[in-house]
Design a binder for this molecule. Structure first.
Ligand code: CP
Length: 328
């Protein structure tokens, strides 16, 4: 694996999921794979789970990790080509990225979308410029449109839960991604990425439900059934993934904050005793009720803890490729 930006970088999702599950059983199975290697984790935006799980994953592989909060501690970066830098940006990514490429063996980056201009965000300009100029493998810690480490974890968690499930082995599990209300406009990353991974995995009946105006980019949802009636969508679901996103069509706008879309125990009765997922952080009693989050159907903590093993599987795939060196 040369980079991990989207599901397109993965040749065999099942093999990667099995690797993550193996690391969950044997965290130190590859404890020398990353000896004398270093990962730089650059954060242009905040994080808790992604940051800590990636550092733990690197450590489990014997790799050193250095976190750099570019957004709050570094020089402000310029991403525009050919710009006259007489404004507030101090350093061009063209100059900074090769330096990171010389300091590290793998570069991991979190950059959120600005949610102002759809074309800009969906061009993935920020992460692509790091890929272009750093010369070493890049891992997305969430970019403008996708969150692949989260999605690999989500697929892994579904696979793991199926082992404990009373679900008939021959039956395809029904997975529902439901939009939820929120207090502010959020990116489409988690929803896009989850849709992309679940449809690529191809082992579930996948339904997306959201209010009018919240259709995701069809590039990521091809193969999903899309229903605007939440109750109908939830019928017989085995897994319900709850997530807010802002509008893709009326880009970055919070069109509705309809509290009737919050998942609660009453709605869960329509499901097949579904397990409830969320990437966290979650707004309690806005996106999901206390009742659900504190109850037996919630697997959000399992999901968050699985972030370590998913990150470890990805880093080990990259470390395992030939000729990785400090100069890429
Ligand atoms: N789910 C997730 O990415 O969490 P953090 O924003 O805390 O990293």
């Amino acid at each position: 694996m040369k980079q991990f930006i989207s599901v397109d970088d993965v040749t065999d999702i099942d093999a990667l999921v099995q690797k993550a599950l193996m690391y969950k059983q044997q965290p130190f199975h590859s404890k020398t794979l990353g000896i004398n290697k270093r990962i730089g984790c650059l954060f242009l935006n905040p994080s808790m789970r992604t940051r800590l799980s990636t550092q733990i994953a690197a450590q489990n592989l014997g790799m050193e990790s250095i976190v750099f909060n570019v957004g709050s501690e570094g020089w402000s970066l310029e991403f525009e080509e050919g710009v006259i830098m007489n404004g507030t940006s101090v350093e061009h990514v063209k100059d900074a990225a090769p330096v990171f490429g010389n300091y590290f063996d793998i570069l991991a980056i979190r950059t959120f979308p600005l949610l102002k201009n759809r074309e800009d965000d969906y061009s993935e300009r920020f992460i692509n410029q790091f890929v272009k100029y750093c010369g070493i493998p890049v891992v997305s810690l969430e970019s403008a449109t996708l969150h692949p480490l989260q999605s690999l974890t989500d697929v892994m968690t579904i696979q793991e839960m199926l082992q404990f499930s009373s679900l008939e082995k021959s039956k395809r599990p029904k997975v529902v991604l439901t939009w939820a209300p929120h207090v502010k406009a959020l990116p489409q990353c988690v929803a896009n990425s989850f849709s992309q991974w679940i449809t690529s995995w191809g082992k579930t009946d996948f339904v997306i439900t959201h209010p009018d105006g919240y259709t995701l980019d069809e590039k990521f949802t091809k193969g999903a059934t899309i229903i605007t009636d939440q109750e109908k969508a939830l019928k017989n679901a085995d897994f319900v993934y709850v997530k807010n996103w802002s509008s893709y069509d009326q880009y970055g706008i919070m069109l509705s904050n309809d509290s009737s879309w919050m998942l609660n125990s009453e709605k869960l009765k329509h499901t097949n005793n579904a397990k409830v997922m969320h990437c966290l952080p979650v707004r309690r009693n806005v996106e999901l009720s206390d009742e659900i989050l504190d109850g037996a159907s919630s697997i959000v903590t399992r999901q968050a803890s699985n972030r370590v093993w998913a990150a470890q599987a990805v880093l080990s795939q990259i470390l395992g490729r030939e000729n990785i060196s400090i100069n890429g």
